[in-house]
Design a protein around this ligand. Structure first.
Ligand code: C2E
Ligand code: MG
Ligand code: MG
Length: 711
C-alpha cells in the first residue's frame, strides 16, 4: 500500500470519528481540536490492528486516552464503538489485511477500548474520592462537588453505554450491571446482583476462564479475556466477548472488578454481510468470480461447466448506453437464475457479460446433462427481452466442459471452458460447443492470446490481406480493404474475429491499430507510385477504442505523413456503435480527419443501432451495407422481398443524405445485378475477389491498369 493512500485513508477515518465525537460533546469543541486529539489515536489503531498477537493494553489505552482528552460521556463511547465496527473497516479495510481476521480483531478492539474507557472513568472518580478524603474540610466541599460530577459521569456512561458493563466484587459476585448488559442477556431488574460473574455471562464458563478469574481475584494478574456462549431466556444463543480487569485502591488492594461484555453475534452479522459483499456481484446479486472459484474447488459430483458470453454485448452497450446494458444483464440474470434454481445449479457472473453455471449431478448416468443444460440456457435467452418500452433480442455463445474429459482442477476447467466458448463464437455464435481435449492443446484462451499481442507485434507476426473494392456499375477496382491476420507460431493463421475483440478489451488494439494504419498507408504509397493512373484507396478498419484515443487524429495524420500518402487515398471504416450517441471526442476526431481529406465509411451498416438521419449529420462519406442484408439474394436461399425493400430504401435514403453506398459480401452475379439496379455505388465480395496477399492484390491491379491502358 503506497504511503500516500494510507495517509488518505487514515485521514478519512479521522474525519469521520471527529464528526461523531463533535456531535457527542457539549459544550461544543472546535472540530480541528478534536481531529488533533484523534490523529495519533488513529495511527495507533492501525498499528494495533496489524499487530499479532492482539495488543490488548494498547487498545485499552485508546479508551483511556479518550477520557483523558475529556470525552467522558456515554455518547462518545457508544459512537466510538459503533464506528470501530463499521466505518473503521469501511475506510481502512484494505489496510487491515485479511478480512475475516480483521473482523475478529475489531471485536476485540471494541471490547478493549470500552474497557479502557470505563476503567479510566472509574479510576478518575476514585482518585478524586481519595483526594477528597485526604483534603481539608474547606477544600473538601469543593472537591466533594467535583467527586460528585465525576461519579455522575461514570454513572451516566455505565447506564447508557452500548457495551455491557458489570461491576463485580472481590469475591467474583456481581454488584450491578448496566442496562445494555441487562438487555443483551434478556434480564429484568436487578436479578443479576449477587450472582457469580461466571454464571451471569456463560452457560458453561470455560475452565481456563475460571482459573484466570481466580488469579485475578487473588491479585496475581490484572485482567483476562474470554469468549463464552450464553443462552438467553428467549432461546437465542449469544456469543459474548468478556474482558475483566481489576481496579485497585491507593494501597494497591483490589477495590472491585469491571467486566466489559461485547455481543459478538452482532459482529458476526457484520462479518456475514461483508463476506456476502466480497463474494457477490453488485449489479445482479449473483455470486462473483471469487465465490464461484471457491465453490468450484469444493464441489462434489461436479458434472461440468457452461460458460456463457453474450453475443455483441459490447456494441449493445456502446449503442444503447450503459444503463440499458445493465438492465439487459439483470434480465438475463433473472432467466439464468430461474433455470439454475429449478435445477439446483449455481450460476455466477464472472464479470461483464460473462456468466458461468456449475452443473452438478449425483451420478453421471451418461445422459449428457451439461450439454442439455447449455441447450436450455440458449432456449431461456430466446424470447425477446423487454426494457421499458423496447424489446431487444439477445443471443449468447456457450462453452461446455465435462469434468470427465477436461480434468478436475478449477484452472483446467476454466481454461477448457474458455477455449470451447471461443470455438462457439468462431463457429457463428448463438450456439454451444463442447470441449475437445484433442484440440485443446492447439487452442489458446483469450487471456493467453491477449497477453501475447505486444510480443507478436514486436516479432512481426501480424500481416495484412487486401480485398478489392469495385465501383459499380463499371466494375473497376477502386481500392482495397486492409484486413489483419496473425501468423501465430503455434496456432497458425488467426483471423481478426479471433483476436480483435480481445485486443479491444485489453487496449492492445491501440498499438495494433497503429501498426495496421502505418502498414496499410505504406502499401498504398507503393501502389500510388506504381499505378499513378489508377486511383486506389486503401480502407482501414478502426475499432471504437482507437477512435476514443486522444492521439488518434495525430496517429492517422502521422501515418499518412510517414508514408507520403495523399489523405484522399485513405478510407477509415468505423462501426455504427462507435459513432452512435454523442461520443463528443470521437465526433471531433472524425471532423478533423474529414477536413484533412480522409474518407470515412460506416462498416457493417444495419447490424448496429444508430439511425440514418444521425449518420447523415456526421462527416461520413460511405455506408457499407452488411453482408447479412444480401444473403437473401443468394441463389437457392429464401427470397425475402422485405429484405430487398430494406436494401433499396437504405440506398435511396443514403443518397438523399449525400452518402455513397457500398455492398459487402457480394458472392453471385445475381446479387451484383440487383445492386446495380438499385444504384448501389460500389461492392466488395468473393465475386470480385477474396482477401488476398499484397502480391496477389498487386497483380490484380497490374492487370487492371493494362486493360485501362488498352481501352
Ligand atoms: P469487415 O470489415 O466487415 O470485413 C469484411 C469481412 O468479410 C472479412 O472478414 C472478409 O474476409 C469477409 N468477406 C469479404 N467478402 C465476403 C463474401 O463475399 N462473403 C463472405 N461470407 N465474407 C466475405 P475478415 O477478414 O475475417 O474480417 C472480419 C472483421 O474483422 C472485419 O469485418 C473487420 O471488422 C475486422 N477487422 C479486420 N481487420 C481489422 C483491423 O485491422 N482493425 C480492426 N479494428 N478490425 C479489423
Ligand atoms: Mg471493414
Ligand atoms: Mg464489414
Amino acid at each position: 500500500m503506497p504511503r500516500q493512500s494510507l495517509a488518505a485513508e487514515t485521514r478519512r477515518f479521522t474525519r469521520r470519528w471527529a464528526d461523531a465525537l463533535h456531535e457527542a460533546v457539549s459544550p461544543a469543541r472546535p472540530f480541528e481540536d478534536i481531529e488533533r486529539v484523534l490523529e495519533p489515536l488513529v495511527d495507533a489503531l492501525v498499528e494495533i490492528m496489524r499487530a499479532d498477537p492482539f495488543p490488548r493494553d494498547a487498545a485499552r489505552d485508546i479508551g483511556m486516552a479518550l477520557v483523558e482528552a475529556n470525552f467522558r460521556n456515554a455518547r462518545s463511547l457508544n459512537r466510538t464503538i459503533t464506528l470501530l465496527g463499521t466505518g473503521f473497516v469501511d475506510d481502512l479495510g484494505a489496510l487491515l489485511g485479511d478480512e475475516e481476521q480483521a473482523l475478529a480483531t475489531v471485536a476485540q478492539l471494541q471490547g478493549a477500548v470500552a474497557e479502557g474507557f470505563s476503567l479510566a472513568l472509574r479510576s478518575r472518580m476514585l482518585r478524586e474520592r481519595h483526594t477528597t478524603q485526604a483534603a481539608a474540610l474547606a477544600a473538601a466541599r469543593a472537591s466533594e462537588s467535583r467527586r460528585r460530577t465525576s461519579e455522575a459521569r461514570f454513572r451516566a456512561v455505565f447506564a447508557e453505554a452500548s457495551v455491557g458493563i458489570a461491576i463485580v466484587d472481590t469475591h467474583g459476585a456481581v454488584i450491578e450491571i448496566n442496562t445494555a448488559l441487562a438487555e443483551m442477556l434478556g434480564l429484568i431488574d436487578d436479578v443479576a446482583t449477587g450472582l457469580p460473574l461466571a454464571d451471569l455471562v456463560a452457560d458453561d464458563f470455560p475452565s481456563q476462564a475460571h482459573a484466570d478469574l481466580a488469579a485475578l481475584l487473588a491479585g496475581e494478574t490484572d485482567r483476562f479475556r474470554t469468549e463464552c456462549v450464553r443462552t438467553r431466556a428467549d432461546g437465542a444463543m449469544l456469543r459474548l466477548d468478556l474482558a475483566v480487569s481489576t481496579v485497585r485502591d491507593d494501597e494497591g488492594g483490589i477495590d472491585f472488578l469491571i467486566g466489559v461484555v461485547v455481543d459478538l453475534s452482532e459482529c458476526r452479522a457484520l462479518e456475514a454481510q461483508l463476506w456476502h459483499e466480497a463474494r457477490h456481484d453488485e449489479l445482479t446479486g449473483l455470486p462473483n468470480r471469487k465465490l464461484f472459484l471457491e465453490r468450484l474447488a469444493e464441489a462434489e459430483h461436479l458434472a461440468g461447466l457452461c460458460y456463457l458470453d453474450l453475443d455483441g454485448f459490447k456494441s449493445f452497450n456502446d449503442g444503447h448506453g450503459h444503463d440499458t446494458g445493465d438492465q439487459l444483464l439483470i434480465a438475463v440474470t433473472l432467466r439464468l437464475r430461474q433455470l439454475a434454481d429449478a435445477d439446483g445449479s449455481l450460476v455466477a457472473r464472472l464479470g461483464g457479460d460473462e456468466f458461468v453455471v456449475l452443473v452438478t449431478h449425483p451420478d453421471d448416468a451418461g445422459d449428457d446433462r451439461v450439454s442439455q443444460y447449455a441447450e436450455r440456457m440458449l432456449d431461456a435467452l430466446a424470447a425477446p427481452i423487454r426494457i421499458g418500452d423496447d424489446e431487444y433480442s439477445v443471443t449468447g455463445s456457450i462453452g461446455v466442459v465435462h469434468t470427465a474429459v477436461a480434468g478436475s482442477t478449477p484452472s483446467e476447467l476454466m481454461r477448457a471452458a474458455d477455449i470451447s466458448l471461443q470455438r462457439a463464437k468462431a463457429r457463428g455464435r448463438a450456439r454451444w460447443e463442447r470441449y475437445d481435449p484433442d484440440r485443446g492443446a492447439e487452442e489458446a484462451t483469450n487471456h493467453e492470446l491477449a497477453t501475447a499481442i505486444p510480443l507478436a507485434l514486436a516479432r512481426g507476426e501480424f500481416c495484412l490481406d487486401y480485398q478489392p473494392m469495385v465501383a459499380l456499375p463499371e466494375l473497376t477496382v477502386s481500392g482495397f480493404e486492409a484486413l489483419v491476420r496473425w501468423r501465430h507460431p503455434q496456432l497458425g493463421v488467426l483471423g481478426p474475429d479471433r483476436f480483435i475483440p480481445i485486443a479491444e478489451q485489453t487496449g492492445h488494439i491501440v498499438a495494433l491499430g497503429r501498426w495496421v494504419l502505418e502498414e496499410a498507408c505504406a502499401q498504398a504509397r507503393c501502389w500510388y507510385d506504381e499505378f499513378r493512373d489508377v486511383p486506389v484507396v486503401v480502407s482501414v478498419n478502426v475499432a471504437a477504442t482507437q477512435l476514443r484515443e486522444p492521439s488518434f487524429v495525430a496517429d492517422v495524420l502521422g501515418a499518412l505523413d510517414a508514408a507520403g500518402l495523399p489523405a484522399d487515398r485513405l478510407q477509415l471504416e468505423l462501426t455504427e456503435s462507435a459513432v452512435a450517441g454523442d461520443t463528443s471526442g470521437a465526433l471531433a476526431a472524425l471532423g478533423e480527419l474529414a477536413a484533412a481529406g480522409v474518407s470515412l465509411a460506416i462498416d457493417d451498416f444495419g447490424t448496429g443501432y444508430s439511425n440514418l438521419a444521425h449518420l447523415g449529420r456526421l462527416p461520413v462519406h460511405t455506408l457499407k451495407i452488411d453482408r447479412s442484408f444480401l444473403s437473401p439474394m443468394r441463389p437457392g436461399g429464401p427470397t425475402d422481398p422485405a429484405h430487398d425493400k430494406i436494401v433499396a430504401a437504405t440506398i435511396s435514403l443514403a443518397h438523399s443524405l449525400g452518402l455513397d453506398v457500398a455492398a459487402e459480401g457480394v458472392e453471385t452475379p445475381a446479387q451484383a445485378d440487383q445492386l446495380r439496379v438499385l444504384h448501389c455505388d460500389s461492392a466488395q465480395g468473393f465475386l470480385f475477389g477474396a482477401p488476398a496477399s499484397v502480391d496477389e492484390a498487386t497483380s490484380l491491379l497490374a492487370g487492371h491498369a493494362e486493360r485501362a491502358d488498352s481501352a
